[in-house]
Design a protein around this ligand. Sequence first.
Ligand code: NAD
Length: 254
Amino acid sequence: MKAIVTGAANGIGRATVLRLAQAKTASFVLVDMAAEPLERLAAELRQNGHQVDTLVGDVSDRTVPEKAVDLARAAMAGVDVIVSNAGTFSSGPLKDTSVEDFDYLFAVNTRTTWLLGKAAHPMLKASRGCIVATASIAGIDPQPPYGSYSASKAALIMLVRQMANEWGPDGIRCNCVSPGPTVTGRTAAFYQNKVATADREAKIPLRRIGASEDIANAIAFLASPEAAYISGANLIVDGALGTTMLPGFASYTV
Ligand SMILES: NC(=O)c1ccc[n+]([C@@H]2O[C@H](COP(=O)([O-])OP(=O)(O)OC[C@H]3O[C@@H](n4cnc5c(N)ncnc54)[C@H](O)[C@@H]3O)[C@@H](O)[C@H]2O)c1
């Protein structure tokens, strides 16, 4: 398996790389803006016999997704799986969001998946490959502090459905995973707060916060041959949190 993974250095991306690396023959192009943890992960994988190339860059730069695909062509002579996982987050109400922040969020969270798929289309067509993007439950239900983040993830979910529709005849599958609250590099500090964590856990039907590995397992499944007939899907991995939002609102009878 030849994989490109963005946002590979931490959290869900890192867990996904380690999950995909359970296949001894897996080779990787790993992309992240954080050089040091990216190189540490690459070194760990190489020690275990994997071929790994790295690209340090911000995927909001439109040349970075294209460079990642060029690297896959040069180093691996193709690609079977693209995990478009790098995402950026900004909380804050829409009335206070700057145009620059709004555009940056959409560039990272939405546009990158299209740019990766567009550049890799001939190779994905040749390999009958797939794309899995990391969306979010915030892309399904709006939540007060999430501002343009929710909109960028909702757009991503539709983008992936559109790609699945347009590229299905080429044998390319495109899917999303939508995590709920998950302990990752970005959120680990927040979940040190035991009171806030317990409050969140109480609201999740499965009564725990997700782990990066929970999301990685879902991504790996969608990238596997077992998912050969799944395309255009959005696999929600949230401990059933999403089932509680409307019932919570309607907890009284009118
Ligand atoms: N953690 C959660 O609760 C949660 C919930 C829903 C969705 N998500 C989504 O999961 C994905 C991974 O997030 P995470 O929680 O694992 O975060 P994380 O911060 O632990 O890891 C994200 C990695 O992506 C890299 N990255 C961020 N922006 C980048 C950019 N512009 N260019 C290149 N690399 C970039 C970071 O350096 C980091 O290594 C994101 O798309 C995020 O929106 C996370």
